[in-house]
Every structure is written in C-alpha cells, then in structure tokens.
Design a protein around this ligand. Structure first.
Ligand SMILES: Cc1cc2nc3c(=O)[nH]c(=O)nc-3n(C[C@H](O)[C@H](O)[C@H](O)COP(=O)(O)OP(=O)(O)OC[C@H]3O[C@@H](n4cnc5c(N)ncnc54)[C@H](O)[C@@H]3O)c2cc1C
Length: 384
C-alpha cells in the first residue's frame, strides 16, 4: 500500500496503533481533534492480554514506573461489606497468563504511549485537527480535516478509525452511528490513598456489588492515590444516594471524596463488520462495550497490534484478515459485558443466590473463566 496510514483519534487505540505500526516500520499520520493529548477519566485496569501487547511494544519498564500490580481482586457484598470471593492476581496471574495484571492512571498510560510514539519517529501527530468527512478513492482514502485555520483535504493509503464512541469513520464503514443508552452512569474520582478507609486494601482491586449498582476501587500512581468508580442507575442523584444502604466503609469513602465526575454509559450491539475497503475500525469506534469486564482499552490495544501486524505482513487483504481475527472476539466482549453488569447489579433473592454461588465457587473455576480474556495472544489464524 502506497503512502502513510491515516489514524483518526489519539486515544488508547490510536496511539497504540501508531506505536505498533512504527515498531514494524510503517509510517502514519495521526489526527486528534483535541488541542492536547489528554485522557478523560481516571484509572484503567490493564489485564495481562493488554500488558503482553504493551510489553511487546517495549513499554514494560515505562508502565512499571507508574503502575501497580495488584495482588488480587476482592469481591464484596455492598450491603454487609463482607467478602464473597478473592481471586489471586500478582505473580500467579503473571505465571498463568504470561504477563502481569496492572492498574494505572490513564494520564500515565497515555504519556507512556505518546512518548514511545514520539521516540519511534514514524508518526506525524496533528493535534487540534478534526476529521469531518471520509471517502474511499481508487487508490486509498481521502479525508477532510478541519483546524482553526480552516479545512484541508488529505489522502492516505488507508484509514484506521480510532475515533471513539461517536466515531465519524463508522459512517464510511456504513455502520450505524447511534449508541445505545444503558440507563447507567459511572461516577469517577481519584483521591489520596490517605483518605481511603482502612477496610479497603490498597494492594488490591476491590469490587463491591450492591442492588442495581457496584463500586470498584484500586490504587493508581504507585499507591499514592486511589481510583474509585461507582456505576449505578443514571436517574439516581449521585454516589451518596446509590450507596445509601451500603455498609459503612463505602459510605465513608464516598463522604471522603470531594469531587465526582459523572459519565453516562453507552454501548453497542455487535456489528456485522469491522472494515470496509481500506478503512478499519478499532477500539470504542468498533465495539463500544459496558465497562463491567474492564476490557474496552485492553481490546483496543489488542486490535491495534493485530492490525499493525497484518498491514506490515503485506498480505493481499489485511483488512479482511483483521476483521476475521477480531469480529467474534469483540462481539463476545460486548455481549458478556452486558451479561456481567446484569449479574453485578442483581438485588433481593437473585443477589443472595449470586452471592452464595460466588462463596461456593472454587477460585480455580473463576480463574479458568477469565482465560478467554486474559490468555489472548496475537496468533495468526490457522487455515488448516
Ligand atoms: C467508567 C469506565 C471504566 C473503564 N475501565 C476500563 C478498564 O479498567 N480497563 C479497560 O481496558 N477499559 C476500561 N474502560 C473502557 C476504556 O476506557 C475505553 O474502551 C477506551 O478508552 C477506548 O479507547 P479508544 O481509543 O477506542 O477511544 P477514546 O478514548 O474515546 O479515544 C478517541 C479519540 O478520538 C478523538 N476523536 C474523536 N472524533 C474525532 C475526529 N472526528 N477527528 C479527530 N479525532 C477524533 C477523541 O478526541 C479521542 O481522543 C472503561 C470505561 C469506562 C466508561
């Protein structure tokens, strides 16, 4: 393919793709509408499937400088605060899945990716540049970009739509652009570790399951700060109302948090394709999912490394191969994320049954259930 790759969006998908292409000697031009690269939101869990890719791209040390490797995940009943199950992570996660489980502040992940992209010297990053229109041409892709100086046509060999939930590139792939409201809101906050009640173990990821809502807490900034997210009904006024009947530590945590950033949640049903011609979709532009499995960014990172490999390998139909490699997996994530949030938000007798099942479940069975996510490797599909 002639000319540079065009990348729409400089979020986790776009930056990882730029880096993965650079590592394979492919130049790209990345268009980001924001005037500076900055990640909205707070923390992000980077499970081993994502960690393995990022390590392969040379980011292991940069991540370890800013991330924590949690020792486990504790799942608790929000009404009583009692622990229902603990799943060990730490060294045993690394042994099983071949890469560590990390938790990190999004700004730190973004900075590590952006620095690596800049150091590789193969990507032109155009900030404050919005892609307004996309069209395929006989030899590649033409886009219209808009800056504060006006609009400009740009041509490239192919285009990666990494432009998030409300992707413009989706239109050119002839996929619906509407997103489904999930009736849910996430309230996100980062607070000093010293403000976190001692009932929360800052060496771990903690999940509290309550009626129609749940809370996730984990350390960021090497344990100096805690990332907290509460997900509940979007008609509820805020975290204090969500957790009105929850056990004291959650209410204390909420009272100790001065500012919450509300975030309306959306997802999409699986699509029939991830590409059209020389245009491919990655990340939330391709497969927006509810955050209940904490995999949106991880799957964007997987998408990026697969697409970069296929393009660099120079096969006859890299975008078809990309779609074939990713379509079923991303659909499974979207559907399982919806299922998981229904389970997490059960109330009454159904919640009691879920809690009993969690208490009884052998830890090994829960770990096996995560293999399809965390054990993923970018292995070319066999044609035999
Ligand atoms: C509460 C919550 C918790 C989460 N926790 C986790 C987690 O723990 N682990 C995990 O893996 N995932 C998690 N996720 C999901 C994850 O945040 C997203 O899936 C991921 O950030 C998507 O990255 P992206 O690059 O595809 O899209 P985005 O981050 O949305 O990036 C898109 C970029 O494109 C730019 N853009 C948009 N339109 C244009 C245009 N027309 N022209 C130029 N630029 C454009 C935007 O400015 C933006 O920078 C969570 C999500 C939520 C809501």
């Amino acid at each position: 393919m002639q000319g540079p790759a065009l990348i729409a969006g400089g979020g986790i998908a776009g930056l990882t793709l730029a880096l993965a292409l650079a590592r394979r000697g492919v130049t790209s031009r990345l268009f980001e509408r924001a005037p500076v690269l900055e990640e909205a939101g707070a923390g992000v869990q980077l499970s081993p499937n994502a960690g393995r890719v990022l390590e392969g791209l040379g980011l292991g040390a940069a991540l370890d400088a800013v991330a924590t490797r949690p020792e486990g995940v504790s799942i608790c009943d929000a009404l009583t605060g009692s622990r229902l199950k603990r799943v060990t992570l730490g060294a045993s996660a690394e042994r099983r899945w071949g890469a560590p489980y990390r938790v990190v502040h999004r700004a730190d992940l973004q900075a590590a990716l952006a620095e690596a992209v800049a150091a590789a010297g193969m990507t032109e990053i155009l900030l404050g540049t919005e892609i307004r229109a996309v069209e395929e041409t006989a030899s590649g892709v033409a886009i219209e970009t808009v800056t504060d100086k006006g609009s400009e046509p740009v041509e490239g060999a192919w285009l990666a739509g990494c432009d998030g939930l409300r992707s413009v590139v989706r239109r050119a792939v002839k996929l619906p652009t509407a997103v489904a409201g999930a009736g849910l809101k996430a309230w996100r906050a980062v607070l000093p570790a010293s403000a976190v009640p001692s009932a929360f173990d800052m060496r771990e990821v903690t999940v509290w399951l309550g009626p129609k809502a749940h809370l996730v807490l984990y350390p960021v900034r090497k344990g100096r700060e805690a990332n907290v997210v509460i997900i509940g009904d979007d008609r509820v006024a805020g975290p204090a109302d969500v957790a009105e009947r929850w056990a004291a530590p959650a209410r204390e945590l909420i009272a100790a948090t001065p500012t919450w950033t509300p975030w309306t949640l959306h997802d999409r049903s699986p699509d029939a394709r991830l590409k059209r011609g020389r245009i491919a979709l990655l990340g939330d532009a391709a497969h927006a999912a509810l955050p209940s499995l904490a995999q949106g960014a991880a799957f964007a990172i997987e998408d990026a490394v697969v697409l970069a490999r296929l393009v660099a390998e120079g096969g006859p139909a890299p975008f078809d191969a990309y779609q074939e490699a990713r379509l079923m997996r991303v659909a499974k994530l979207q559907m399982n994320s919806r299922r998981q949030i229904r389970i997490d938000h059960l109330s009454g007798a159904a919640a009691a049954a879920r809690n009993a099942a969690l208490r009884l479940a052998p830890e090994a069975a829960l770990i096996r259930g995560l293999d399809w996510i965390y054990g993923w490797r970018d292995v070319p599909l066999s044609r035999t």
